[in-house]
Design a protein around this ligand. Structure first.
Ligand SMILES: O=C(O)CC[C@@H](O)C(=O)O
Ligand SMILES: [Zn+2]
Length: 570
């Protein structure tokens, strides 16, 4: 293998069939669009919250989403109903930021996947912790239910009301409080948009320890409340490690100031951990202190094709061994994902053209398009899987050398058949878009059934293959992708429209399968409304009981994000 393979720039190589000496070809890849930012239905005022998600928005003309209370068997709990006196009280607390306009409320009542819809009649937009505290004190006294909301980019219906809960938006709580140049400690309000924070710290030589496809819309408070995982998890770990402190307003309005900036603090119970991943059911996060690592000076992304899932796994092992400390992401996607992003989003594949293959839903085999029409002989695709490997380090030359060694090994051993490498920022972004925008492509394919599972890495794809056979032609697509380096599979199934029969074939089958592997039914998306009933597949009854007790202790009236996270009590 030529040692100059990973010179900075845009390269393409392809292994000649059955030869080890891959011939290096150069090809430009022009047809990749940038992730567009879409306008906000709130209008363009400076203080309007941005409700776009990268490249994706809820159009006001999209078909109406069924009300959650009509689609799901859920009963309203006996909370009070917002009265005229309540509105007047809120107007005193947040003057001019008490929203009752149904058109404005529509965007906050529906999740971005457009699968659940609440019927809240009130949206409050505080700017300060004190305002949040006053709002919650009032709601607690009046027994009014509250739905805390950040960027509303969640996957499990946790960020929108189920009935008429008051929506408490963090959109105007978007101030950076401090940044410490030496330690990289950022302290900010909960409503800061992740992408804005990334920009803020990057200008100062640091990066945010988390990155998500939804970065253009999601709020840091929401990220922490849902313990979001994302694309940098492999390198920087969970928010349980990187969050140094939190300020939280409890259900009765008490402000819990644990906004520490210390790396080490071993004084008693680490209370902030309770709120990380509690999805707004134990308190409302109003400020976050988070440790940002130094910005890597050199970033490279390799986008590779592997002939099978076993090769994806072996490439990962090789990668860990040879790239070691510079490995910062190992993501995978199957050929159907590639088909979806190239077909629905018109992204260009940097490797072989996947449109040559169409999947047979019964067998999971893929066929050359031409042959599937006139002959039934299956043709094994050369690349049914793609992996995206990112390296981040401090010396480009050193990283390129390591990446070359790795690529030489995986190409010569046949683990990888095709690929491309980018170091230029825009090209790196374009390669990431192929992986980050799968969710968006899926949403354009029809109704999406989503599963976010932690599984033993060796068995990760077996479930996808199994489900293709189980669902047969009832499903449009059954796809597997995700954060393989973290053992996290995103299993998604699409059908033309919501179908109880498809759902019945998927559940509880997927959850039972996962529990048998001692996996997790929610690796990084949380439980929200849609998954709260399946918590028992991943946690023992004693843990569930303790969670219920903690909820009762911190929120005795149950006003905070009701119907979320914990299973309904009989
Ligand atoms: O839509 C999904 O299933 C996953 C979304 C997100 O967690 C991702 O990794 O792209
Ligand atoms: Zn993910």
């Amino acid at each position: 293998m030529a040692p100059h393979l990973v010179q900075p720039g845009w390269r393409f190589w392809r292994q000649a069939a059955c030869t080890l000496g891959a011939s290096v070809q150069h090809r430009t890849w022009a047809g990749v669009s940038r992730i567009p930012r879409l306008g906000s239905p709130w209008g363009a005022t400076a203080t309007s919250p941005r409700v776009y998600r990268s490249g994706f928005s809820t159009s006001p003309r999209a078909p109406e989403v069924m009300l959650t209370r009509e689609r799901y068997p859920v009963r309203r709990l006996p909370f009070s109903v917002v009265s005229g006196e309540d509105l007047a009280a809120f107007e005193r607390i947040v003057p001019g930021r008490v929203i009752t306009d149904p058109e404005v409320l529509e965007a906050s009542n529906v999740d971005w996947l457009r699968t659940v819809r609440g019927s809240s009649v009130l949206l409050l937009r505080p700017r300060t912790t004190e305002e949040v505290s006053h709002i919650l004190r009032h709601c607690h006294e009046r027994n009014l239910a509250v739905n805390p909301q950040g960027g509303n980019t969640g996957m499990v219906g946790g960020s929108v009301p189920v009935f008429d809960e008051i929506i408490l938006s963090t959109a105007l709580m978007n101030q950076v409080i401090s940044f410490h140049d030496m330690s990289g400690t950022l302290v900010c309000q909960a409503g800061c948009v992740l992408e804005d924070l990334s920009r803020h710290v990057e200008e100062r030589g640091f990066v945010m320890p988390l990155d998500l496809g939804a970065k253009g819309s999601c709020h840091i408070g929401g990220n922490v409340a849902t313990n979001a995982g994302g694309l940098r998890f492999l390198r920087y770990g969970s928010l349980h490690g990187t969050v140094l402190g939190l300020e939280v307003v409890l259900a009765d309005g008490t402000v819990l100031n644990c906004l520490s900036t210390l790396r080490k603090d071993n004084t008693g119970y680490d209370l902030k951990q309770l709120f990380i991943g509690s999805e707004g059911t134990l308190g409302v996060i109003t400020a976050v202190s988070i440790l940002c690592p130094p910005k890597p000076r050199a970033v490279s992304v390799a986008f590779l094709s592997c002939p099978g899932f076993s090769e994806v796994l072996q490439t990962f092992s090789t990668c860990k061994g040879l790239l070691g400390e510079i490995l910062s992401a190992y993501e995978f996607m199957d050929a159907e994902c590639m088909w979806l992003v190239t077909h629905h989003l018109r992204l260009a594949s940097p490797v072989q053209d996947p449109s040559r293959f169409i999947p047979d839903q019964h067998t999971g085999r893929r066929y050359h398009v031409a042959e599937s029409v006139c002959a039934s002989e299956p043709v094994d695709p050369e690349s049914p899987f793609y992996v995206l490997i990112e390296t981040s380090g401090s010396r480009a030359g050193h990283d390129a050398e390591k990446l070359n060694d790795f690529l030489e090994q995986v190409l010569s051993s046949g683990l990888v058949t095709d690929g491309t490498v980018a170091t230029d920022h825009m090209k790196v972004k374009a390669l990431w878009a192929l992986r980050e925008r799968i969710s968006e492509a899926l949403s354009r394919d029809g109704y999406v059934y989503k599963y976010d599972l932690s599984l033993p890495t060796e068995r990760l794809y077996d479930l996808v293959t199994d489900l293709r056979a189980r669902l047969g032609p009832r499903a449009k697509h059954v796809v597997g992708y995700g954060h393989l380096g973290d053992g996290n599979l995103h299993l998604n199934v699409t059908s033309e429209a919501f179908s109880p029969s498809v759902l019945g074939a998927l559940e509880p089958y997927v959850y039972e399968w996962t529990a048998e592997q001692r996996g997790s039914v929610s690796a990084e998306h949380g439980l929200g409304f849609k998954k709260r009933g399946v918590l028992g597949y991943s946690k023992p009854p004693e843990a569930l009981r303790l969670m219920q007790q903690l909820k009762a202790l911190l929120d005795p009236k149950g006003i905070l994000n009701p119907y979320k996270t914990l299973p309904a009590q009989a």
